[in-house]
Design a protein around this ligand. Structure first.
Ligand SMILES: Nc1ncnc2c1ncn2[C@@H]1O[C@H](COP(=O)(O)OP(=O)(O)OP(=O)(O)O)[C@@H](O)[C@H]1O
Length: 264
């Protein structure tokens, strides 16, 4: 039995179904079906995960440490290959897509950004260059602005940035590939409150202006309540609840309740 619930947006009501018996639905960007991961030592890290992620939505992923959040996120752009189950992007099984083009469509940011050698501009040029495209200076300035960085960053060496600045450059570098989906694994946990706010503002803007679909793992309930449209709670490798952020206090699963109590 899967979980289903209603998403009400203004006057529009949509049923978000995560029942594996249901077919794929046209307005879903990502559909995860019966995803499982078992380690070499036969430990089950993800267990029959089903989730529909609508286009243009920020989906928060929260839950206790070791619950499988990063593992789940990494399945969405094939940083590991699902041994069982499937992930569909716009109705196409991601295993049928070329992995490089998949990772252009589904960009990812990690907790600690890693800068490539060279300047900020070199970092941003990198992805398009790999497919033979040369970004113009004005395109690079636009990407910097999109990531809330002013033009003075263009020439700065990547290795001389603060972590908060580097995270925004990493975001600009990812956006240079024109992704449709962004996966974020605790992208602000190493940042101060101002840098955190900067990143959050950029994410909300990307969702609004570009209808970007964003899946974000976060340990901050406050952050999730601030920017996510939907939240899934992952406990012991299973999605136990999918809620709107303002309904988090209604979580029924005992582990989810305990986690939320301790996190607030
Ligand atoms: N490659 C691997 N081989 C074996 N076990 C793994 C592997 N990757 C993750 N695990 C285990 O899977 C479980 C889930 O890990 P994961 O990093 O996905 O959890 P998480 O919810 O993101 O945790 P955290 O909040 O601490 O980052 C953990 O018990 C972890 O030790």
């Amino acid at each position: 039995m899967g979980i289903s619930f209603l998403l009400v947006e203004g006057s529009e009501t949509r049923l978000l179904a995560v029942d594996p018996e249901n077919g794929l639905s046209a307005d879903m960007k990502l559909e995860v079906r019966n995803l499982a991961r078992v380690t070499d030592k036969d430990v089950r890290i993800l267990n029959n995960v089903n989730l529909d992620i609508p286009r243009g939505v920020i989906m928060g992923v929260i839950g206790p440490s070791g619950g499988g959040k990063s593992t789940f996120l990494r399945a969405l752009n094939r940083l590991w290959e699902p041994a069982s189950g499937s992930v569909f992007l716009d109705g196409v099984d991601i295993c049928e897509l070329d992995v490089i083009s998949l990772r252009r469509k589904i960009g990812m940011l990690f907790q600690v950004p890693v800068m490539f050698e060279g300047s900020v501009a070199d970092n941003i040029r990198y992805g398009p260059q790999l497919k033979g495209q040369k970004l113009s200076d004005s395109e690079i300035y636009k990407l910097l602005a999109l990531a809330d960085l002013d033009s003075s960053f263009y020439k700065k060496p990547g290795g001389e940035l603060s972590v908060g600045q580097a995270q925004r450059v990493a975001l600009a570098r990812t956006l240079a590939n024109e992704p449709e989906v962004l996966l974020l694994d605790e992208p602000t946990s190493a940042l101060d409150p101002i840098s955190t706010q900067n990143i959050e503002d950029v994410l909300v803007k990307l969702k609004k202006d570009r209808e970007m679909t964003i899946v974000m793992v976060s340990h901050s309930i406050k952050q999730i309540q601030k920017i996510a449209d939907l939240v899934c709670l992952l406990v012991n490798g299973e999605i136990v609840e999918i809620l709107k952020p303002e309904q988090l206090s209604d979580a029924k699963h005992p582990m989810a309740q305990r986690f939320l109590q301790l996190s607030s």
